[in-house]
Every structure is written in structure tokens, then in C-alpha cells.
Design a protein. Structure first.
Length: 298
């Protein structure tokens, strides 16, 4: 069994940024990286100063190369499958059976997107079907956009997409939504389609080929914007941590979760505002808090 001062679970922007702070502070940390980032299907990563447009895989590669100069930062490729309290800290079991321990745990696993079962939606995820206009909207500027709004919350945000789109159509997919909210779309010059969707048609890899409705009509949509249901990773769920109303992990002012010694950073705790650069900043801030706790504990 190997012992560290902090085990960072997740090797995305939040986890890597936390590892950088730890390395520069000469703190022994282990980064456990499952190697399947949430944005792996995205054509590029955006809104990250000095790295705008970088491939997600390249970002992780460059980050790990930069971190290689810090001897106190160790990596393990693979998944963490269990966490339990031990001797005032925590032990983590990896899928290969190895067990590592540390007084502090940093959860930086992001969230899991649960896509609708509409035919063709998952196949076009990241190549014409997106969730974040700040991440991918610029590359689709001037197109005919579709917004899948099956909830009042998404309906309220429909007008938010107008600045990028040449034309905007809202699809309710047959959902029963308030009539006054639907009327607001017309006043905002936003097209409305209430007919259920049969299929999201594949396009050229950048745009989709349109939306096929269940009545046989085809809407000439080039990109579809959705808000998928998000869930926490199974290892996080198993800890029974407190959640906020938006589904993000509850944290105190030091970014510590409801379980003492377990911290969270990045999308798993961010709520609706999820950006790589925000996750990186959150990871750095959280590691500052962890180091402060390590120092004051002695």
C-alpha cells in the first residue's frame, strides 16, 4: 500500500490544475485518471486562454508533460472503484486491486451526461449536437440552430442562443409546456415545433443532417443544442455526499464536501456553469484549501 498526502480522482482540467499546485508546493499527490474525459467527443476545447481550439486529448497530453517536472506528482491510469475511511484518512481501491491511502481525497471526476434516447442523438453527440454554446457556438455561428426544450427551464433559456444563430427553432418533442411560455417564443421571433422528434439525422461530422419528425416532416437544422440530464460518477454516488438542488456536490467555503477530508472541484461541483477554464481554476483553489488543511493539522 502506497501513501500520499492527497489522492486526486480525475485527470481533467480540475484534477491536473490541482496537481500542479500540489507539485509546486512539494506535496505528494496521486492522480488517478480513467482516461475517458467527458469532452472526448468534442472536436476541440474552447474558451481556455492560450489553449483555445486545442484537442481535448492534446490538452491532457501537454498538461501531463508540464507536470512531469514535479517529482511529488504521480499518475495511475485506471479507475478508482471504491473509497472508504481508514486511520483518519481514506483508502482507495483501483480496478486492478491496488489500494492507496491519503488523509485527503479530491474528487475531480466531472459529471456523466445522460442523453435522451431519441434516435441518432447519441451518434451525433459532439458533431452537431452540443450542450454549451460558449464551448462550441462560435464554430456554428450563422447556422440554423435547433434547441431541444422538453422542460420549462430549457424553454426559458431558448432566447439565449439567438446571438449565434441565423435562425432558431425550438423543439418541445411533444412535451406539455406552459402555453404562455410557448407564446413568448413567437414574440421573440423563434420558431416552434411541438411534434415529437423521430430522428436526428447525421450530417458531415460538423453539422447534423436535419431533424426528422414523427409526422414525416424534416426540419433543416444544422446544429442541435440540448441540456442532458447529468449524474455523478458511481464512486461519488457511493459516498452518499450531500448535493445542492442543481445536482452539484455541496461544498463549504473551503470546497470540502459533507464528508470531512473529501473535497470536490470542477464540473462535479460546478452546477450549470461548466467550462474547462473554470474547472481548472476551481481545482487550483481547492488544492490551496487542502494544503492549508494539511499544514494546520500538524
Amino acid at each position: 500500500m502506497q501513501n500520499y498526502e492527497t489522492i486526486i480522482i480525475g485527470g481533467g482540467p480540475a484534477g491536473l490544475s490541482a496537481a500542479l499546485i500540489a507539485g509546486r508546493a512539494l506535496r505528494r499527490v496521486l492522480v488517478i485518471d480513467g482516461g475517458e474525459p467527458r469532452n472526448q467527443k468534442a472536436p476541440a476545447m474552447h474558451s481556455y486562454l492560450s489553449r483555445d481550439g486545442i484537442l481535448p486529448q492534446e490538452f491532457r497530453k501537454v498538461s501531463r508533460e508540464e507536470l512531469s517536472r514535479y517529482d511529488t506528482v504521480t499518475y495511475r491510469d485506471g479507475l478508482a472503484q471504491a473509497i472508504w475511511p481508514k486511520d483518519g484518512g481514506y483508502s482507495v481501491e483501483l480496478v486492478d486491486g491496488d489500494i492507496v491511502s491519503a488523509p485527503k481525497i479530491l474528487l475531480a471526476l466531472g459529471v456523466m451526461d445522460q442523453l435522451s434516447d431519441i434516435e441518432g442523438l447519441a451518434n451525433n453527440w459532439g458533431s452537431g449536437v452540443h450542450h454549451c454554446p460558449f464551448c462550441d457556438g462560435f464554430e456554428h455561428r450563422g447556422e440554423h440552430w435547433g434547441v431541444l426544450a422538453e422542460t420549462t427551464a430549457m424553454l426559458d433559456h431558448a432566447g439565449f442562443f439567438k446571438n449565434w444563430a441565423n435562425r432558431l427553432t425550438v423543439f418541445t418533442n411533444g412535451a406539455d409546456l406552459p402555453a404562455d411560455k410557448l407564446s413568448d417564443l413567437s414574440r421573440a421571433e423563434i420558431n416552434l415545433v411541438t411534434m415529437p422528434i423521430k430522428e436526428v439525422l447525421s450530417g458531415d461530422g460538423h453539422t447534423i443532417g436535419g431533424i426528422m419528425l414523427k409526422d414525416g416532416r424534416r426540419e433543416d437544422i444544422q446544429s442541435l443544442w440540448i441540456r442532458p440530464f447529468q449524474s455523478q460518477a458511481p464512486i461519488v454516488t457511493g459516498l452518499a455526499l450531500n448535493l445542492r438542488e442543481d445536482g452539484g456536490l455541496w461544498r463549504n467555503e473551503m470546497n470540502e464536501t459533507s464528508l470531512k477530508g473529501v473535497y470536490a472541484a470542477g464540473d462535479c461541483a460546478a452546477g450549470p456553469m461548466q467550462q474547462a477554464i473554470l474547472a481548472a481554476a476551481d481545482g487550483a483553489r481547492t488544492m490551496f484549501s487542502i494544503i492549508h488543511s494539511l499544514v494546520t493539522a500538524h
